[in-house]
Design a protein around this ligand. Structure first.
Ligand code: FNR
Length: 182
C-alpha cells in the first residue's frame, strides 16, 4: 500500500482492550493504508548511556517509525497518564538528540479504558509529548472510549453502536496523514 502507518499500542496485556481497538481500527482503514503494530514489549528500559550503541530492538523501532508515513497511538490510561511502556518506547525512538524518528510524522491519538473518562487525561499528556516531538497531531474528532458490552463484534470489528463514530474518526485520520505526506 501507499501509506504505511506504525501503530503503537500502550498496553502489553494479552487481552488488551487497546489492542482489540487497534485491530478493529485496521478494518476501518482504506485499501491504500496498511497499519502495522510496532513491538515495544522487548525494548530495554531507556538509558541515556546507550545512545551511542542503541539495542537492536531500538534500531528496529526507529527504522519502522522512520519508514512509516504516520503513527497511530492507541493507549490505555495508567494513573491519569500514559503507561510507562509507551513513554519508554517514545523516549527510545526520540534519541540520540537530533535523530528522533518521530519528527514530522502525522499522529493520531485514541484509547480505551474501563473508566468513564476513556483515557482523556492520558491522551492529553500524550499530546503534550507529541507536540514537543514535532508530530502534527489530529485534534478533532477526539475519541475517548469506554470498554463495554457490544463495543466489539464477535468477529473483532467495531459494534453497530460506535461504528459510524469510529469510521468518521478513521476517515479524518486518513485525511490528516495524506495532508502531511508529500
Ligand atoms: C489502570 N486503569 C485506569 N483506567 C482509567 O480510566 N484511568 C486510570 O488512570 C487508570 N489507571 C490504571 C493504572 C494501572 C497501573 C492499571 C493496570 C490500570 C484501568 C485500565 O483502564 C484498564 O486496566 C484497561 O483494561 C487497560 O487497558 P488494556 O490493557 O485493556 O488495553
Amino acid at each position: 500500500s501507499q501509506y504505511r502507518i506504525a501503530v503503537v499500542v500502550g498496553s502489553l496485556r494479552r487481552d488488551s482492550f487497546n489492542q482489540q481497538l487497534a485491530n478493529a481500527l485496521v478494518k476501518l482503514a482504506p485499501q491504500d493504508f496498511s497499519l502495522t503494530r510496532l513491538e515495544i514489549g522487548d525494548l530495554p528500559l531507556y538509558n541515556q548511556d546507550d545512545d551511542g550503541q542503541q539495542a537492536q530492538a531500538v534500531k528496529r523501532l526507529k527504522q519502522e517509525v522512520s519508514s512509516a508515513q504516520g503513527v497511530l497511538f492507541v493507549t490505555p490510561e495508567y494513573n491519569r497518564s500514559v503507561p510507562g511502556v509507551l513513554k519508554n518506547a517514545i523516549d527510545h525512538a526520540s534519541r540520540p538528540y537530533g535523530q528522533s524518528a518521530w519528527a514530522g510524522k502525522p499522529a493520531g491519538v485514541i484509547g480505551i479504558s474501563v473508566g468513564s473518562i476513556g483515557t482523556a487525561l492520558a491522551q492529553q499528556h500524550l499530546r503534550n509529548i507529541l507536540a514537543y516531538l514535532d508530530m502534527p497531531t489530529l485534534g478533532q474528532p477526539e475519541a475517548f472510549l469506554q470498554a463495554k458490552e457490544g463495543l466489539f463484534n464477535p468477529d473483532g470489528g467495531i459494534g453497530e453502536g460506535s461504528r459510524k463514530f469510529l469510521q468518521d474518526w478513521m476517515d479524518r485520520y486518513v485525511a490528516w496523514v495524506k495532508k502531511h505526506t508529500d
